[in-house]
Design a protein around this ligand. Structure first.
Ligand code: ATP
Ligand code: MG
Length: 400
């Protein structure tokens, strides 16, 4: 006997009304994407539940993959047996024996098949006695057990589970439309992307690259970060914008203390235009109120003037430590702290305005038309589709 299924529980609160069907189909599809390379593994739906059929595969690597799928509340390893008391007894004993350090347990039988001849209370008793007889040093504790063995007698079969693995919750990626993530090589924007995905958003990413001031390695770092994010969703299209000329124009033509504000406005203008081309309805950034000069209230107000697209800022209220903790948890931190400069760290004005004003910025921008260079940058975009399997040039990875 061995665990042959993974039982998947999804947040039922999110399942009200007509979104339910779309939610479930998308979740099914996203789980399937994660497990399709395992031989014979299948994802199945029954009422209110999903199961992954392991087909003899080791459950561990499969659990590791589906733990990252948004929309799953928790999962458990399960054994499926016929609706037969002897088989159920054997499976319950197996489930108990798989756990170590268990001194007390509790049986929880549920019958959704009401015509199963034995009532739940009596089944609890039968199974509990069987386990007590066949183990040593273990007792029943119905209030605070070390382990709860759950038995669900359904129409088609009985499922026995023990132990619950908590997952990430959220909504299945793809149920909330698309957003364009402004992805730098820093700590914040990958975390912002992860949190947007958690709300069901499918991402594309845009990165502003200024060779030769920013190196190929900086670009590679961004592609690596995008690749790490694909673990939580699907492939991500990364749009690399050649930004050198625009940046040079900004720093040559605009007053130094306003250059950073104007650079951000230009980034948003380019991003919005790309959204229009790609049919994307919002932007996502790693901005966080009060962190640096470009992220004061005045600054956001002035930068935001150039677009009326919604901007998702999932980190807006977080402390840096919280962001770092998430970055470590999702596996982007180590890459983010690699030293390769991005375009914003190279062109840093000596003293950027912390309270830039809209009327001033408009006055300066009226003196120079960035539109032709913006068009040129958009025409020069290189788009790279990053998937979980994308292999990067070994030479680059060695350098990190
Ligand atoms: P991060 O850690 O994400 O780099 P940050 O704390 O360094 O953020 P800023 O440099 O002010 O903050 O950037 C704010 C946001 O602007 C970033 O989170 C990112 O969304 C976007 N951004 C900055 N530089 C780039 C870039 N080169 N390409 C794309 N987006 C960028
Ligand atoms: Mg940064």
């Amino acid at each position: 006997m061995q665990y042959d299924h993974i039982l998947i529980r999804y947040g039922e609160l999110a399942l009200k009304g007509k979104n339910a069907k779309q939610f479930i189909l998308k979740l099914h599809d996203n789980i399937h994407q994660q497990v399709k390379d395992f031989d014979g593994v299948k994802v199945m739906r029954t009422q209110g539940r999903m199961f992954v059929l392991l087909n003899g595969n080791d459950p561990e690597p499969i659990v590791e993959k589906i733990k990252n799928v948004f929309g799953i509340h928790s999962l458990s390893l399960a054994i499926r047996v016929e609706n037969d008391v002897e088989e159920i007894k054997e499976a319950a004993l197996y489930a108990l024996n798989q756990e170590t350090d268990v001194k007390t347990f509790k049986m929880s039988v549920r019958r959704t098949k009401k015509d199963f001849p034995i009532r739940s209370g009596e089944m609890n008793h039968i199974l509990g006695s069987h386990l007590l007889t066949n183990t040593e040093g273990i007792t029943v504790d119905v209030h605070h057990p070390d382990l709860e063995i759950k038995v669900e007698i359904r129409k088609e079969a009985t499922y026995i589970t023990s132990g619950t693995i908590m997952c990430r919750g959220g909504l299945p990626v793809g149920t909330s439309g698309k957003s364009l993530l402004l992805l730098s090589g820093g700590i914040d924007s990958p975390v912002a992307g992860f949190l947007a995905m958690k709300r069901g958003v499918h991402l594309e990413a845009i990165h502003f690259h200024s060779p030769p001031f920013t190196s190929d390695r900086a670009k590679q770092k961004v592609l690596d970060l995008a690749k790490q994010l694909t673990k939580y969703g699907k492939s991500i299209k990364v749009h690399i914008v050649p930004f050198t000329k625009l940046q040079q124009e900004i720093f040559r033509e605009m007053p130094n203390d306003y250059a950073m504000t104007i650079m951000r406005r230009v980034m948003f203008r380019v991003s919005e235009q790309l959204c229009k081309q790609e049919g994307i309805l919002s932007l996502t950034t790693g901005e966080n109120l009060g962190q640096v000069a470009s992220q004061t209230m005045d600054s956001m107000h002035t930068i935001n003037e150039v677009t009326n697209y919604p901007i998702l800022r999932p980190l807006i209220a977080m402390d840096k430590e919280e962001v770092i903790r998430i970055a470590q948890d999702i596996g982007t931190y180590e890459t983010s702290i690699l030293p390769y400069e991005d375009c914003c760290t190279i062109f840093v004005p000596k003293s950027p305005k912390t309270k830039p004003k809209r009327d001033k910025v408009n006055f300066y921008e009226a003196k120079y038309d960035f539109t032709p260079s913006i068009e040129e940058a958009i025409d020069g975009i290189e788009t790279i589709k990053v998937t979980e399997k994308t292999l990067f040039n070994e030479d680059f990875t060695d350098l990190f």
